[in-house]
Write a protein that binds this ligand. Structure first.
Ligand code: ZN
Length: 408
């Protein structure tokens, strides 16, 4: 699903297919609306007469609507065009290792309803609970709008083409299907995506801390949570790879003799920088991706506890977090050198301790980056990572309406 580049579309007007022009108009209204027809003509640099039929088509298809008139000094009041988002709904499901959240939102990203439950180990139990919640949403809000799809975000690898969940180490899932039961029950399209890719899509389609940024076309969203994962966006499109599993930078080896990772290999970035790795370092536990998590859960220590202790001056906690920053810096430097993105977004609880982590990350990137340009990579923190995962689930439903048409 590629994002249309509305900042650089002048080449695509007279001679480009009608569908592309239609999508450009739709995206301009989405990102700049409410706008007048004259605004659109000015933004696209074409005659107003060329805009009218495109707008009429979008009006006829109910994708936009005409709202209140704008006040102008000279008395002429152009009608403003709005994106129809308030009565188009998406269901977003964020499956977390311990908790699952189901949300109903409109196409503008506004929350309509939300519910949650502890994540069961059995995926069939999970989809059955989701079904009950979605049924409840539909019975209460079904008349306020049309639900157009369901987006499923999971903390593991997904084949986005077949929608099978290939592997979620933290839940013990291997080759699991979550979409068929929901699709059969509601007759709605269900999309399934890895958390980091969904977060990147949320950043791209529904904005982030800095709002919608159409020019943001090459960036990486790095999740630091139960595991470490990355959503790669190149030229406005998520990078998939041949088997739809690209983006596993969490498993780049930093030390071939390092601790055993959840994937079975040794010394991956994830084995040094995930939340579990940081907590284990603080508690002085030997890290093993397969067993340490249970031990930490039994002790009831979270990353936020370690951060709070560091804030209180506990030197052990400070050093454990700084060490995570050094390893994360190595991983991010590898990403910067490999992909040369224009932005790194880091999401997860670790962001709350960026006063400790950030210095280490920046120093490591500066030391490892191969050019001064790469060393100056901006890093944005996503403090509301859980919210972004939910927005990402909704973006899976919303984005296809606005994405560039597939090229045959
Ligand atoms: Zn690994």
């Amino acid at each position: 699903m590629r994002k249309i580049d509305i900042e650089n579309f002048q080449r695509a007007t007279r001679d480009t297919p009608r569908e592309v022009n239609r999508r450009i108009v739709l995206n301009l209204i989405r990102e700049h609306g409410p706008v007048s027809r004259a605004d659109l003509a000015r933004m696209m640099g074409i005659a107003r007469g060329m805009i009218t039929p495109l707008v009429n088509e979008l009006l006829a298809d109910d994708l936009i609507y005409e709202g209140r008139t704008a006040r102008t000094a000279r008395g002429r009041r152009p009608t403003l065009l709005h994106l129809r988002s308030f009565d188009r709904f998406a269901v977003g499901i964020n499956v977390g290792t311990s908790h699952t959240v189901v949300e109903l939102s409109d196409f503008g990203g506004r929350r309509v309803a939300v519910d949650g439950f502890p994540t069961p180990e059995d995926p069939r139990e999970l989809t059955a609970t989701v079904e009950t919640i979605v049924e409840g949403f539909l019975s209460i809000h079904g008349e306020a709008g049309t639900v157009e799809g369901i987006g499923f975000v999971v903390p593991g690898m997904v084949d986005a083409r077949t929608r099978r969940v290939l592997r979620v180490p933290t839940l013990g899932w291997r080759d699991v299907e979550v979409h068929t039961a929901l699709e059969a029950r509601f007759g709605l399209p269900v999309r399934v995506e890895r958390d980091a890719v969904a977060c990147a899509m949320a950043r791209m389609w529904l904005g982030g801390g800095a709002g919608a940024q159409p020019e943001l076309r090459d960036f990486v969203y790095v999740v630091v949570a139960e595991g470490v994962g990355t959503g790669l966006v190149v030229n406005g499109s998520p990078v998939r790879g041949r088997h739809y599993t690209a983006g596993e930078f969490g498993h780049v080896p930093l030390d071939g003799d390092g601790p055993v990772c959840a994937c079975g290999s040794r010394g991956c970035l994830e084995a040094f920088a995930s939340d579990v790795a940081t907590i284990a370092r603080y508690l002085g536990l030997p890290y093993d991706g397969r067993t340490t998590r249970a031990e930490i859960e039994a002790r009831g220590v979270t990353l936020c506890d370690v951060i709070a202790r560091a804030d209180d001056g506990d030197q052990g906690a400070v050093e454990a977090i700084r060490e995570t920053g050094r390893y994360l810096g190595l991983g991010l430097a590898a990403i910067v050198n490999a992909l040369d993105p224009s932005l790194l977004v880091v999401g997860g609880d670790l962001c709350r301790s960026w006063s400790l982590v950030g210095d280490e990350v920046s120093a490591t990137i500066r030391r490892r980056a191969l050019t001064p340009g790469a060393a100056a990579i901006p890093i944005e923190l996503d403090q509301d990572h859980a919210g972004t995962r939910l927005r990402g689930a909704a973006a899976l439903v919303v984005a296809p309406s606005f994405a560039a048409p597939a090229i045959a």
